[in-house]
Design a protein. Structure first.
Length: 396
């Protein structure tokens, strides 16, 4: 039996230690690499959202902070001044998602600002939506004595240029009171804030908006004050007329807003804001993972903004007017939320989008140059094809 020299033994043990350490390091590195490879999230994502300082923007930033802390994702939030500027980067692939408003529905329908050659119906999909404690409704100057929406007959009502989400919604509420734009005095304004400043300054008598937005509190604090006429939930006629124009509204009691709290709730309607939106071709695994991340880590961002409470699971409205993405459906079904009834509803919405896409492909071949003729012809064909397949066109 031969014994190694002590120096040789030390070298052997050192080599063994180095080999073991190297192997362990390689194994750890491989494991980390595998984890990174398996991660459903890219290192960076980009979303569009509403303007800086808006509740939509603030909620996007808060979700981004959660994604950075939990998953190492850097989220770039790009503020958009209007509906088109928020959705165009999504359409062109410059961003992965958008935290948008009801214009997501208008884009699906290919109507209003999306009824042109550059747009047409879009295959938008939802992941989750924020449904807060506020209402999207009509506020009235308290000094004119209006008690219900029907009392707005003959009153001065703002029409915000280039803002169908505001104008169609106002029209829907007027319909609740059996009124149309012909029954009121229309006053045009260049923007949302300008319209509400018009209420404060006595240029108009009412406006449409969310009960928690800044202008509402300014009106409340002004000499005119603010009053919220109801859209009574048991008034079937009101809601039938309202939904015929704005099918995106849902009945809701607001407990947050200017002059509104849990002791003085407001009975009217609302719709999700903001809503996390993707296109149908967005990666299913990414969508599923993002849906899960927001749901499971809700507690991390729920206090970041007054509206962030709307991301809670019990405040989700799954049976809405825009379909959910397959990746989101996969997750909601996995945790037992998604039902057969929701599946049928979602499939119907996807089918509606397919009818709209087919109608647009048919229509765009006509090559109509005149803008007004283009719009009228599209509205006719769109309504025809939807009605032929059993869908309500909503707008003719």
């Amino acid at each position: 039996m031969f014994l190694k020299h002590p120096r040789s033994l030390k070298l052997t043990l050192l080599h063994l230690f180095l080999a073991t350490t190297t192997f362990s390091s390689l194994a750890a590195s491989s494991h980390a690499l595998a984890q990174a490879t398996q991660s459903p999230f890219p290192r960076q994502m980009a979303w569009t959202a509403y303007n800086l300082g808006s509740t939509g923007y603030n909620q996007a930033v808060a979700i981004g902070a959660m994604l950075r802390e939990k998953f190492g994702v850097t989220l770039r939030v790009i503020p958009g001044q209007n509906d088109v500027s928020r959705l165009l980067p999504l359409k062109t692939g410059r961003v992965d998602f958008t935290l948008n408003g009801v214009s997501t529905y208008f884009a699906q329908e290919g109507m209003f600002q999306f009824a042109n050659e550059q747009w047409g119906p879009q295959p938008v999909r939802l992941l989750m939506t924020s449904n807060g404690l506020s209402n999207q409704t009509v506020g009235v100057a308290a000094d004119i004595g209006v008690e219900e929406i029907a009392d707005l007959r003959g009153r001065r009502i703002p029409y915000v240029r280039g803002a169908p989400a505001l104008n169609i919604s106002m029209e829907a509420y007027l319909a609740c009171g059996n009124l149309t734009w012909n029954d009121v005095v229309r006053v045009d304004f260049p923007g949302y804030d300008a319209a509400w400043n018009g209420v404060i300054n006595g240029n108009v008598d009412a406006g449409f908006g969310t009960t928690v937005s800044g202008p509402m509190y300014r009106v409340e604090a002004s000499p005119r004050g603010i009053f919220w006429p109801p859209a009574p939930h048991d008034d079937q006629g009101c809601w039938e007329r309202m939904l015929a124009i704005g099918p995106y509204f849902t009945k809701h009691y607001a407990t947050r807003g200017a002059g509104i709290d849990s002791n003085n709730p407001h009975e009217a309607g609302t719709y999700p804001y903001p809503m996390l939106t993707a296109l149908s071709n967005q990666d299913e695994k990414l969508v599923r993972a993002l849906t899960q991340a927001i749901h499971e880590n809700y507690d991390d961002f729920k206090d970041s903004d007054p509206g962030a409470i709307g991301w809670a699971l019990d405040r989700q409205v799954f049976q809405w007017v825009v379909p959910y993405h397959d990746g989101a459906v996969h997750y909601w079904r996995e945790i037992g939320i998604w039902t057969e009834e929701l599946e049928q509803h979602n499939n119907s919405l996807v089918e509606r989008q397919e009818v709209l896409a087919s109608a647009w492909s048919e229509f765009i071949e006509e090559e109509i140059d005149d803008q007004q003729e283009f719009l009228e012809a599209w509205k006719r064909l769109r309504a025809l094809r939807l009605e032929e397949t059993g869908f309500n066109p909503v707008w003719h």
